[in-house]
Design a protein around this ligand. Structure first.
Ligand code: NDP
Length: 258
């Protein structure tokens, strides 16, 4: 089997935030299968070690490391990125994936939940992105992929704060592209549709909602975490060297139809 050189990312080092499970873990697995050295991140060291062992056992061509830090805390992020670069090597690829969902009508949404979701979904990308980009811009190359959402574009009742964080993350992506592009760093977003993970477990189990997702999606099904891998590998590859500030929606067509 031959791979076009434009898609070859073997030998690169990639950090995926929030990769102890779900989408982040699938993206980390994909990057490792493409020959990257991968760093898994999350707050629960035990869970991360287990995830890394699972990946390591899967006969991957790249190596797997872990880095336990909270992406919402500036000091932990600074120490975490410095530690990763020292232990593993210079970061070529960053995937800002860590995130959370809180569903409640806006009138019932508390101040503390507002700050929590903003910190986890938006501030985290700024903090981790800034630390990584300090080093990438100095070296003159790097790829950053921010995991946005179809809710960067559209919203439903009960998820306004989540959509606000993801809409802002899309604009942060464009701003990072503007600031860091001149130094060889490309920054793009990937916007998943409805994907079956722990985060959406309650929705998957709600038969009425689940059926609505299937009807509403041209592809006729929920997304799987593996559906997102190709888009991230592409955005992290030399094939995307002249693509920056864009969001690639991987949603079975959902954001395109009424
Ligand atoms: P999960 O809840 O399954 O996983 C979230 C991951 O983020 C976990 O590994 C968790 O690890 C980590 N995490 C959460 N908070 C922090 C923190 N403060 N510091 C470090 N790590 C953290 O979510 P998904 O895999 O479903 O979602 C991943 C991303 O994709 C999110 O940004 C989400 O918004 C986005 N997305 C998901 C969609 C879906 O349908 N599932 C659709 C569109 C976008 P730990 O708790 O151990 O720290």
């Amino acid at each position: 089997m031959t791979t076009h050189p434009l898609f070859d990312i073997s030998g690169r080092t990639a950090l995926v935030t929030g990769s102890s499970r779900g989408i982040g873990l699938a993206l980390a697995r994909g990057l490792a299968q493409a020959g990257c050295t991968v760093v898994l991140n999350g707050r629960d060291g035990e869970r991360l070690t287990k995830a890394a062992a699972e990946l390591g056992a899967a006969e991957l061509s790249g190596n797997v490391h872990t880095a336990v830090f909270d992406v919402t805390d500036g000091a932990s992020v600074a120490a975490g990125i410095a530690d990763v670069e020292e232990r593993v090597g210079p970061l070529d690829i960053l995937v800002n994936n860590a995130g959370m969902q809180l569903r409640a009508p806006l009138l019932e949404f508390t101040d503390s939940d507002w700050h929590r979701i903003l910190d986890t979904n938006l501030t985290s990308a700024f903090l981790v992105g800034r630390e990584a980009a300090r080093r990438m811009t100095e070296r003159g190359h790097g790829k950053i992929v921010n995991i946005c959402s179809l809710q960067s574009e559209v919203v439903r009742p009960g998820i306004a704060p989540y959509a606000a964080t993801k809409g802002a993350l899309k604009m942060l992506t464009k701003g990072m592209c503007a600031d860091w592009g001149p130094y060889g760093v490309q920054v793009n977003g990937l916007g998943p549709g409805y994907i079956e993970t722990e985060l959406t477990q309650a929705l998957v189990q709600d038969e009425e909602f689940s059926a609505w997702v299937r009807r509403r999606t041209p592809a006729g099904r929920w997304g799987r975490t593996e559906d997102l891998v190709g888009g991230v590998l592409f955005l992290a590859s030399p094939a995307a060297d002249f693509i920056s500030g864009q969001v690639l929606y991987v949603d079975g067509g959902m954001t395109s139809v009424l």
